[in-house]
Design a protein around this ligand. Structure first.
Ligand code: ZN
Ligand code: ZN
Length: 371
């Protein structure tokens, strides 16, 4: 879950009466005791207190949430993306009659020509990493069967030297002393009080005394990297596969972006593809088409026997079930189109035989055309 603004306003440890170092067990024990004590059934009128206790346990009772809560409290509101909101009791409210505006440009549609400010303040605080696009070329067979492979790409990644902190190895970013980690500074202008991104830390809420030399303190480095991709069976040409959180790392504790891999599928010597179905064109001789035959047809696995009925016209398509592309929704079929092959060269014997055939096939195939 995303950090809540209440997290900065409420000290859940205090609510439960436990130290910040309390173990999960101690937290649960404290919660149970208080919940019993302030349960509205047992103690009418204690509803608000009970709600408060429940809300505190809702966060502290789940190790993941608690970790996040501790983290955002440690870094301050700016790092959690609430840089624009004055902390409770912050000297944001201007004097009597004044009111606190976090970002006037949002309210007035940038009428003051400060439309950039909203963007900047957000840049300064938590920012999600950008999505990255990559291409992956697969063989026909790999696309049909599925494959685990690597995608090579060059993109922003957490700096390997400072592990994304931006601080030189052996040092840590420190909380900005100018804004106290909020990332914002209040700027009183008569009636209004603006929040500006803190000029000392650029809105990040942290200061880096000794920047990492490799990434110059950005925590991000552009480098080639390889990402393992599990391509499911039956992937289609042009399909985009989303790899969550494998894009560019976020800034100031923001979530990383996603990686989108666009699939390109190479051709096959024999087969074509129509979604889950495979297609193939198989030549048959005139006599096979006319008399009927059992022919052997290749598939992506073992060959199958196909019965061609007598009088099969050229171009007719037969469906061989279950010999297509496997996918989550089932296996497709193999569509076999037969094509009557006409010999390019005839031996004397063959020529005589065809001539003898022609002599007895007196009906014109163009009779229906009325000519
Ligand atoms: Zn670095
Ligand atoms: Zn600052």
């Amino acid at each position: 879950m995303a950090p809540q603004r209440e997290w900065f306003e409420k000290d859940y440890y205090k609510v439960l009466g436990v130290p910040e170092t309390a173990t999960d067990k101690e937290i649960t024990r404290a919660y149970r005791k208080l919940a019993k004590q302030f349960h509205p059934d047992a103690n009418p009128g204690a509803e608000d207190r009970f709600k408060e206790i429940s809300a505190a346990y809702d966060v502290l009772g789940e190790p993941d949430k608690r970790k996040e809560y501790d983290e955002v409290r440690r870094l301050g509101p700016a790092a959690a993306g609430f840089g624009g909101f004055g902390a409770p009791g912050a000297p944001g409210g201007a004097g009597a009659g004044g009111f606190h505006v976090d970002d006037l440009s949002d309210l007035l549609g940038g009428i003051f020509g400060r439309g950039q400010r909203g963007g900047q303040s957000r840049t300064g605080s938590t920012r999600r990493g950008t999505d990255v696009e990559a291409e992956l070329h697969l063989s026909f067979e790999d696309a049909v069967n599925g494959v685990t492979t690597t995608v090579n790409l060059t993109s922003d990644a957490p700096c390997t030297t400072c592990h994304g902190s931006g601080a030189a190895p052996g040092t840590q970013p420190t909380v900005c002393s100018v804004c106290g980690g909020r990332g914002m500074k209040d700027d009183n202008q008569g009636l209004f009080s603006f929040s500006q991104p803190c000029p000392a830390c650029g809105g990040s809420g942290v200061r880096i005394e000794k920047p990492c030399r490799i990434c110059r303190g950005t925590g991000v480095e552009r480098r080639p990297r390889q990402v393992r991709v599990r391509v499911p069976a039956g992937v289609e040409d042009g399909q985009r596969i989303r790899l969550k959180s494998r894009g560019t790392p976020g800034r100031s504790g923001g979530a990383p972006g996603d990686l989108f891999v666009t699939i390109h599928i190479g051709p096959h010597r024999l087969f074509g593809r129509r979604g889950r179905d495979l297609t193939i064109t198989v030549p048959v001789s005139f006599s096979e088409a006319a008399l009927g035959a059992e022919i052997t047809v290749p598939t992506l696995t073992s060959p199958v026997t196909l019965r061609v009925p007598p009088g099969t016209r050229s171009g007719r398509t037969f469906r061989v079930r279950g010999r297509g592309v496997p996918s989550k929704v089932g296996v497709g079929d193999l569509l076999v189109s037969v094509e009557v092959a006409v010999p390019q060269h005839l031996s004397d014997e063959q020529r005589k035989a065809v001539e003898a055939l022609a002599a007895v096939m007196t009906e014109s195939p163009r009779q229906a055309l009325g000519v």
